[in-house]
Design a binder for this molecule. Structure first.
Ligand SMILES: CC(C)(COP(=O)(O)OP(=O)(O)OC[C@H]1O[C@@H](n2cnc3c(N)ncnc32)[C@H](O)[C@@H]1OP(=O)(O)O)[C@@H](O)C(=O)NCCC(=O)NCCS
Length: 150
């Protein structure tokens, strides 16, 4: 049976993350990719790596903003896509938030091209941030109970 574990972002995970990220987005230079993950370590929020046995299968994070959380850097290894790992990782991230019982938590994101229907499937809806950009913005508002049962 496979062992699923969630591990936080730390410097020793960067080599695995570079490989995962490169598998989905070949156009970044290795140096830029490395700097990017280093910058995430310093960011306020939560970043999780989903391992199946000892293979990094998915990763992604939530960055804290004043009145919402930004979902970013979600990647599932191409050989593991459409097997529920993306949803599983988001579920773990949301369950780690601890709002007050009556609080509404907003999660917002930019959907990569091709990922829009994944977010729709997860209940996120498109919104227009009003900045004239043509990036696909999505958000969803969660009650405390919905965060725990996503
Ligand atoms: C987009 C991505 C994160 C989705 O993760 P995943 O593990 O493949 O998705 P899941 O298996 O958890 O899918 C959850 C649901 O969304 C659906 N879904 C997933 N990808 C989809 C797609 N591209 N189009 C339509 N539906 C999709 C699944 O069929 C599943 O539906 P279900 O509720 O009926 O079972 C993953 O494909 C990926 O890493 N893509 C490349 C990088 C990327 O685009 N990242 C997103 C950055 S914003």
């Amino acid at each position: 049976m496979s062992l699923v574990s969630f591990r936080p972002l730390s410097p020793e995970r960067i080599p695995d993350l570079l490989e995962l990220h490169a598998a989905n987005a070949a156009s970044y230079s290795p140096g830029d990719r490395h700097r990017y993950f280093e910058s995430l370590i310093a960011m306020e929020g939560l970043f999780l790596c989903l391992f199946v046995d000892d293979q990094l299968v998915a990763a992604g994070g939530l960055q804290k903003h004043e009145d919402y959380w930004w979902l970013h850097s979600l990647d599932v290894h191409p050989s593991r896509q459409r097997q529920g790992w993306g949803r599983r990782l988001i579920r773990e991230l949301l369950a780690a938030l601890s709002p007050g019982p009556a609080e509404i938590t907003t999660i917002a994101l930019n959907a990569a091209s091709g990922a829009e229907d994944f977010y729709r499937r997860l209940g996120f809806v498109p919104y227009d941030p009003g900045d004239g950009s043509d990036v696909a913005h999505f958000c969803r508002h969660f009650t405390a109970a919905e965060l725990k049962s996503f």
